[in-house]
Design a binder for this molecule. Sequence first.
Ligand code: MG
Ligand code: MG
Length: 246
Amino acid sequence: MRAAGLVVRRTLGRLAEAAKPGVSTLELDELAEQTIRDAGAVPSFKGYHGFPGSICTSVNEQIVHGIPSAQTVLADGDLISIDCGAILDGWHGDSAVTLAIGEVGALDKALSAATEAAMWAGIEAAVPGARLTDISFAVQTAADAASAADGTEYGQIVEYGGHGIGREMHMDPFLPNVGKPGKGPRLEVGMALAIEPMLTGGTNETVELEDGWTVVTADGSRAAHWEHTVAITADGPWVLTAPEEG
Ligand code: MG
Ligand code: MG
């Protein structure tokens, strides 16, 4: 899974370099698919329940599951979340980043930073002996703390969240991004989870578009999404989709 995670990481690294004003999300998708296949891996999103892309590209008010398109051309000031999954030798990696295109506003930067911080708080709670919703509680607590620190109330998305991962991309259990601690399965060495909070600059109400995939904020506020695949080890969480040196 670490090898699969590194394919995902390298792909997201290339996408981060390529994501600039004037580039379409379809171009990013093509770069992602090529990078994944060049590594001898398979893009796990491609054809997943009929999903057309190799990555999800969710721009501005889109929260998750945005479909790459030639018509969606990045512009200065956009905030894009890119979610990427790869299968290598039957094992899955899954990770998402939020990127600023050109110069984004201070609120967007804070939103993305808050979401990433919430993800890392969740990762720190992924230790043997803890319970599943200890992660949920850590994510929610960090999101609340960021709201207080930033003087705003971030919307905390509850309909979508993390999941078990391994031989399949989406495995039990579902991992909520909010909730009381101390519930759900006990975390044991050898388990792996994708931890992926989503925050918005406004509401936590979501709407799925008629394309059957794209999820947007009900109020048009912008969203951020960060994700890592994490293994539970005796030494603590191992971030399988972190960079080689990370
Ligand atoms: Mg993902
Ligand atoms: Mg995931």
